[in-house]
Write a protein that binds this ligand. Sequence first.
Ligand code: ZN
Ligand code: ZN
Length: 368
Amino acid sequence: MPETNGTRPAPPVTNGRLAAALLALADAEEPGGRAARDYRDAAAALRQLPADLFGRRINILALPHVTPRAADALGAFLACGSDESISDRLAAILDREDPARERKRDFLTRADVDRILSSAGDGPAGLADLRADLHLHTDRSDGTLSLADLHRALRLRGDRYAFLTDHARDCSVAGGLFPADFAAQARDVARLNEASDGELLMLLGAEANIAEDGTLDVTPRTVPQLAGVVASIHTGLRSPRDQTARLVRAVETPGVAVLGHPRGRLYNVRTGVRADWARVFAVAARRGVAIELNGCPERLDLDPRLARLANEAGCLFTVSSDAHAHRHLDFQRYALAVARLAGVPRERVVNSWSRDRFVAWLEERRAA
Ligand SMILES: [Zn+2]
Ligand SMILES: [Zn+2]
């Protein structure tokens, strides 16, 4: 767990540490075998529990997706009494330090998020301050929601505006949109906005892919229907080479409003790219480009430590879900918890702004 910044302290044993330890056990088992699956399933379940297990009288075996094998391991780790002691115990079991420890560092579980957001605090943005989600996918790229269903879900939640950010076709991640598809999407978005009687204003953007040389596959200059883009890296994420120039070039591209999931890290998979973050954040702050706090629990990118650095650099932020499905819309809470840990003041969270201010800011990014 990262430092707490005025939020309620974490218990001595966190669900996050327990889950990470279970995953280390899984990695030591035969890949694809029953034991590995038991540990993995239990770890995934733990990361989604609404409260920390430590100190609660609870039948571990009654937890969802926890088999007797996983329950035994959990019981032993809980008895360690602290996150640090779990590390020692794990090292003794594995006969070495957990080799994947770095890939699981500074992530938040649902229990962490609930604890952080329930802490009283003035200044940092709260859930009630959010008026929009600014990183959203539909089934026109790699999401599952139709455009109409997404629009409806956001409107019912009471969002005032939204930034739609499907991938463009060039992106290696998933089938995206061709320029002509964006024109059709623009018409559909306009129709849905009109039908919502001004309740929700969806703005058409895209998640532009940052190539290894820092150029983008789509911008408002190449696709004039776009109000702006979230620019993100999706390739070369394990490169040992410094990626500062790549990220800076993207941030300096007209039409880029947000630098999306800047590190490209993935829980228990990769730590993400290396860069001179102070420099990237300084350029973003100077150009008024927002740094994304991506709430997808597997990404949580930026992590709280780098988010604090970006905050100190004076950056703007977006608190976004990167939703690819309806249930992902809730991921904004994870991003908000990071904002709170980093001490981000409310006025620097772009999606707490009024609709007019947001639209004007996008316009400035296009002209910049
Ligand atoms: Zn992405
Ligand atoms: Zn995305």
